[in-house]
Unconditional design. Structure first.
Length: 98
């Protein structure tokens, strides 16, 4: 039987996390998980996530998801140990309404 690493919290990526729905999702997810919020503020607002910025289980990255990103190389995400644990869940809310 193979051994699996057990981590205390999941790493969850929320694209569009500074929008109305995304910020509320981040609020709930950060209670029991580590949350990485990606947003370029095209329709989101920093005020929606201001209260989360001081939470050690939350990290905001200003980024356009249309561009590639290597999460393992970002120094601000070292605490999430992505190179060992990876990302367990992804929520993509980065889609402006028409």
């Amino acid at each position: 039987m193979s051994k699996r690493a057990i981590f205390d919290k999941k790493n969850i990526l929320v694209a569009g996390g500074a929008g109305f729905i995304g910020s509320h999702l981040c609020d709930r997810l950060v209670e029991n998980n580590k949350v990485i919020c990606l947003d370029n503020f095209s329709t989101g607002d920093e005020r929606n996530i201001d209260h989360l910025l001081s939470d050690p289980n939350f990290e905001f990255i200003k980024h356009d998801i249309a561009e590639p990103i290597n999460l393992e190389k970002l120094p601000e995400l070292q605490k999430f140990k992505i190179e060992f644990q990876g990302i367990q869940e992804i929520y993509n809310l980065a889609c402006p309404t028409s």
